[in-house]
Design a binder for this molecule. Structure first.
Ligand code: UDX
Length: 459
C-alpha cells in the first residue's frame, strides 16, 4: 500500500511508543516508524511482550504493527525516508558538571539532532516530544541550520501530557493537544500539518496552538502546578496528624470549591515518576539562570516538601515501633511510583527502602508489576532486601506493612489471614490511605494513615 506520508519517531520509550501507536491507529494512511539505538528494546516492541505495561496498549500495537506501525534500529534509513520526525529521546536530570542535579542532560537529544542533519536529503518537520528546557527548539534549529545545502527544517514543540497507567486514554481522549510553532508562514504551515494529524480523532477546539516557547514552557509549568498541589496537600497532612483533623475530609471540602477542583488532592507518601521532580528542577534551573532567585526558590520548595514527606513517613514508622526497627522485617506493599505501571523512576519506594535499611530493618518488597525494576534499582544493597510476588508471603513474620503504591488489589486482600501470619503487635502504615482503617483496627492492627489520627491498641 502507498502511504501518504512517512512519520518517524526517534526514541521508543514511554512517550514515543504509545503516542506513535495512537497515531498509527487513527491515521491508517500514514506510515509510522519508531527507531531506537537500543536493539533489545526494539526487539521487545516487535515481540508478543512489549517493553512497557500500559493498559490497552498491547492491543493497539497488535492491531497496527506490521500494517502502518514499524519498530526498527535503522535510524539513518528512517531519517532519510521521513517527512515528519518526532524526537522523543530521554532527557534525564544531569548528574555531572554545570547544572548537575537540576538541568536536563541533553546529550541524547543533541546526538539526535546531529543524526537528523547528517542523514536528511530533503525538507522535514521536526517535532520536539521530549520534555525540554525552554528555548531548546532554538538550539535544535541552530544545529539543523548549521548545514548548508538548501534543506529546510521547521521545528515544532508538541509536549506530551500523558500520564503513565492511563496513557492510552490520555492519548485517545486528551484534555488538549498543544502545538508550538514559529509564527512565520513556514512555521504555521508546519503547524497545520501536525494539527491535521491530531484532528483525525481530536476535536479541533482541543488542539491549542501557541508560539514555540509557550508550548515548551507549558509542559514544565503544568507538571509544576500538579506537583505543587500534591506538596500542598502533603504539607497539610503533617498538620492534620498533629491537630486531629482528617486530610481526606479537608481535601473533599476544599476540592468542592470549583475554583480549586477535586483532582490531585490525595495526600500520599510523596510524588514520584519520571517527570515531576525533573521538570520542577528544570524550571528552577531556568529561573536561576535568568537571575529570578525568588521564583526559583518558590518552586524548589515543592520538591523539598516532597523529600520531607518521604522522610517523615519512615520517621513515623520508627517512632511508632518503639524507636527501633533494627532486625525487624517490614513488608513494602508496592514499589512502582503509582498504580497500574511497572515504572519505578523516582518512586518514593526507593528512599523509603534506603531509610529502612539504614535503620537496619529487613525489607520484603512485593509489587504486581515492578519487582524487576525494583531489583535493578536496589542492586548493590546488602542482603537485607527480599522480593515476593505474593503479598501474603511478603507479610509473613513481618512486624509491619507499609503501603507504598495504591494498587487496587491491596484493598481486597484477606487482612485477617495477613494479621495471623505477622509478628505482634502488628502495624500498618498506609502511605496511600487506600485501606479500610477501621476494619484493620478491629482485626488487631495498629493503623497509621497519612494525615489522619492513628488507630492504635496502645494506652
Ligand atoms: C505526570 C503528569 O500527570 C503528566 O501529565 C505528564 O505528562 C508526566 O508527568 P505521571 O508521572 O505518569 O504523569 O503520573 P501522575 O499520575 O501525574 O502522578 C505523579 C505522582 O504523583 C505519582 O507518584 C502519584 O502517586 C502522585 N500523586 C498523584 C499523589 O501523590 N497524589 C495525587 O493526588 C495525585
Amino acid at each position: 500500500m502507498e502511504f501518504k506520508k512517512n512519520i518517524l519517531c526517534i526514541g521508543a520509550g514511554y512517550v514515543g511508543g504509545p503516542t506513535m501507536a495512537a497515531i498509527a491507529l487513527k491515521c491508517p494512511e500514514l506510515r509510522v516508524e519508531i527507531v531506537d539505538i537500543n536493539a533489545e528494546r526494539i526487539r521487545q516492541w516487535n515481540s508478543g511482550d512489549i517493553p512497557i505495561f500500559e493498559p490497552g496498549l498491547a492491543e493497539i500495537v497488535n492491531q497496527v504493527r506490521g500494517k502502518n506501525l514499524f519498530f526498527s534500529t535503522e535510524i539513518a534509513e528512517g531519517i532519510k525516508k521521513a517527512d515528519i520526525i518526532f524526537v522523543s529521546v530521554n532527557t534525564p536530570t544531569k548528574t555531572f558538571g554545570e547544572g548537575a542535579g537540576m538541568a536536563s542532560d541533553l546529550q541524547h537529544w543533541e546526538n539526535t539532532a546531529h543524526a537528523i542533519v547528517a542523514h536528511s536529503q530533503g525538507d522535514k518537520i521536526i517535532v520536539e516530544k521530549s520534555t525540554l528546557p525552554v528555548r531548546t527548539a532554538e538550539a535544535m534549529e541552530r544545529i539543523l541550520k548549521a548545514r548548508r545545502g538548501g534543506i529546510r527544517f521547521e521545528v515544532l514543540s508538541n509536549p506530551e501530557f500523558l500520564a503513565e497507567g492511563s496513557a492510552v486514554m490520555d492519548l485517545l481522549e486528551p484534555d488538549r493537544v498543544l502545538i508550538g510553532a514559529h509564527r512565520t508562514p513556514e512555521g504555521l504551515a508546519a503547524e497545520k500539518e501536525l494539527v491535521d494529524i491530531y484532528a483525525h480523532w481530536i476535536p479541533r477546539e482541543k488542539i491549542i496552538t501557541t508560539n514555540l516557547w509557550s508550548a515548551e514552557l507549558s509542559k514544565l509549568v503544568a507538571n509544576a502546578f500538579l506537583a505543587q498541589r500534591i506538596s500542598s496537600v502533603n504539607a497539610i497532612s503533617a498538620l492534620c496528624e498533629k491537630a486531629d483533623a482528617d486530610i481526606s475530609e479537608i481535601a473533599y471540602a476544599i476540592g468542592s470549591d470549583s475554583r480549586i477542583g477535586s483532582k490531585f488532592l490525595n495526600a500520599s507518601i510523596g510524588f514520584g515518576g519520571s517527570c515531576f521532580q525533573k521538570d520542577i528542577l528544570n524550571l528552577v534551573y531556568i529561573c536561576k539562570s535568568y537571575g529570578l532567585t525568588e521564583v526559583a526558590d518558590y518552586w524548589e520548595l515543592v520538591v523539598k516538601m516532597n523529600e520531607y514527606q518521604k522522610r517523615r513517613f519512615v520517621q513515623g514508622i520508627v517512632r511508632a515501633m518503639f524507636n527501633t526497627i533494627a532486625g525487624k522485617k517490614i513488608a513494602l506493599f508496592g514499589f512502582a511510583f503509582k498504580a497500574n505501571t511497572g515504572d519505578t523512576r523516582e518512586s518514593p519506594a526507593f528512599q523509603v527502602t534506603r531509610d529502612l535499611l539504614e535503620e537496619h530493618a529487613y525489607v520484603a518488597i512485593t509489587d504486581p508489576q515492578a519487582l524487576g525494576n525494583a531489583k535493578q534499582d536496589l542492586q548493590g544493597t546488602n542482603g537485607r532486601v527480599s522480593y515476593e510476588s505474593d503479598p501474603y508471603k511478603a507479610a509473613e513474620d513481618a512486624y509491619a506493612i507499609a503501603v507504598i503504591t495504591e494498587w487496587e488489589e491491596y484493598r481486597h486482600l484477606d487482612f485477617e489471614r495477613i494479621y495471623r501470619s505477622m509478628k505482634k503487635p502488628a502495624f500498618i502504615f498506609d502511605g496511600r490511605n487506600i485501606l479500610d482503617h477501621g476494619k484493620l483496627y478491629e482485626i488487631g492492627f495498629n493503623v497509621y494513615p497519612i494525615g489522619k489520627k492513628a488507630l492504635t491498641h496502645f494506652e
